[in-house]
Design a protein around this ligand. Structure first.
Ligand SMILES: [Zn+2]
Length: 252
């Protein structure tokens, strides 16, 4: 056994293990997705358990072991995301994001773009959760943007600028999950999903604009709920299913 350096990580999910242990799946800076085990974390007096919960950004001190699961020696909270964790709606939105990272991130494969994107998303979702009446609308827009950027971070960026089959930039009417891009009226086949102009426009904006810009926008400037639903179903979920074999959770 050797002591390892401290790592920064987002807790994706936790599982009870044995009588009093806790296994946490985290996404760590410089390391990607990995599992860690906190021995005795579910005992009443343990200081580890309360610091290993989904949505927390933590600094982990690990003891390397022979198994895939390093043992947690100490945990310090970097970002508690209190608003997020006390809002039911924000938790539903955030859980969909953590779930997608858990499914799309490869074990032990560093992806710092993904790590920073997730931390940025959780920070903006936490700020949005402080305003209860608007969290559902703001949260869903942030989630759709996060999902598009996450596809980008793993090399599955949807082609939105021109027809994926002929390169035409005009007459876009559909989205092909199989081909990973928009399709014009000439090239459309029966398998392609209808793509409304509003949905196409929202996808272009949410992929292009920073999460900070999206979080700061007026609610009236935002794509409406049916547009975001279509975007998440046809573009995000369709692409994730066709190219990574994973399903996307519906938050609300
Ligand atoms: Zn075409």
């Amino acid at each position: 056994m050797a002591a390892a350096d401290a790592i920064e990580a987002v807790v994706l999910r936790t599982l009870r293990y044995g009588e009093a242990d806790l296994i946490a799946h985290v996404h760590a800076r410089g390391e990607g997705k990995r599992g860690v085990i906190a021995k005795g974390a579910r005992k009443p007096r343990s200081r580890l358990g309360a610091r290993l919960e989904p949505f927390l950004v933590v600094q982990l001190q690990l003891i390397a072991t022979r198994s895939d699961l390093a043992t947690v020696r100490n945990v310090e909270i970097i970002d508690a995301h209190e608003h997020l964790r006390s809002s039911w709606q924000a938790q539903q939105v955030g859980a969909a994001a953590l779930d997608l990272v858990a499914k799309l991130a490869a074990d032990g494969e560093p992806n710092d773009a993904m790590h920073h994107l997730l931390r940025s998303f959780l920070g903006h979702l936490d700020a949005a959760a402080a305003d209860a009446p608007t969290i559902e609308a703001r949260g869903t827009a942030l989630l759709a943007a996060f999902e598009l950027k996450l596809l980008h971070a793993i090399g599955l960026t949807p082609q939105l600028g021109s027809c994926v089959r002929c390169g035409n930039a005009v007459g876009i009417v559909a989205y092909s999950a199989a081909d990973g891009g928009v399709v014009c009226s000439t090239c459309r086949i029966a398998d392609d999903a209808f793509l409304a102009a509003a949905t196409h426009g929202a996808a272009v904006e949410l992929l292009r604009d920073s999460l900070a810009d999206i979080a700061a926008r007026d609610l009236t400037d935002r794509a409406d709920a049916p547009t975001l639903r279509a975007l998440r179903t046809d573009i995000v979920a369709g692409t994730a299913r066709a190219h990574a074999g994973v399903s996307v959770r519906r938050p609300l």
